[in-house]
Design a protein around this ligand. Structure first.
Ligand SMILES: C[S@@+](CC[C@H](N)C(=O)[O-])C[C@H]1O[C@@H](n2cnc3c(N)ncnc32)[C@H](O)[C@@H]1O
Length: 188
């Protein structure tokens, strides 16, 4: 399914830099505060790079499986670093990671490996997602929204402990909100 994201159709599912925020308001100030204490932040699934302005150039490394997305994000933010990753592959090391509306695009077959790679890469991971199985649907791309308890169990299985730290508006989809989930790597 990650092949989808490397096609022009996949690009249509990114929010291009400069487009109105589907959230209804910019999440940049919130993210800037959330990550202010971290020197090195990995964005997993950085897409068009629209969230990159939340970070300093030195702080940020964007990653994506899609070469098209990386071309767009690098052009929009030439001073920032964006690198291509393999689906389920190892990730650059960082002090914290962000997965913002990405994990719902990772299938149930692939999710454990992806979470393991995140926990291996960063001791603190923030996940911003619309939670709830009721939002699952097929199509192209399919979406695999999960309940909090599922993320809790999945992260636990790869050595991290989760908690919900907030919610954020999402005006594009009525009666929804983003949940902000934090996973901390367990100390050995
Ligand atoms: C809906 S976009 C979100 C982009 C960005 N986080 C944002 O909020 O603007 C989902 C992104 O996840 C990427 N993606 C999908 N599956 C992935 C995977 N297995 N590993 C890394 N990135 C993936 C896609 O290429 C796409 O850029």
């Amino acid at each position: 399914m990650t092949d989808f994201w490397s096609t022009p159709d996949g690009l249509a599912h990114h929010t291009p830099p400069g487009c109105p925020w589907p959230e209804g308001e910019s999440p940049i100030p919130y993210l800037r505060g959330l990550f202010s204490g971290f020197d090195r932040v990995l964005e997993f699934g950085s897409g068009s790079g629209r969230l990159a302005p939340a970070f300093t150039d030195a702080q940020y490394i964007g990653t994506d499986v899609s070469p098209i997305a990386l071309t767009v994000s690098s052009a929009a933010h030439p001073a920032k670093t964006f690198v291509r990753i393999e689906p389920g592959g190892n990730l650059p090391k960082a002090d914290a990671a962000l997965a913002y509306t990405v994990l719902l695009h990772v299938s149930d077959v692939a999710i454990t490996r992806v979470l393991q790679s995140l926990v291996d890469a960063a001791p603190v991971i923030y996940v911003v997602e619309i939670l709830g199985r009721k939002w699952r649907r097929g199509g192209n791309p399919p979406v695999s929204n999960r309940e909090f308890v599922e993320y809790d169990e999945l992260f636990h299985s790869v050595g991290a402990t989760t908690r919900i730290v907030g919610t954020r508006p999402c005006v594009r989809y009525p009666n929804t909100e983003f949940t902000v989930l934090r996973a901390d790597r367990d100390t050995p």
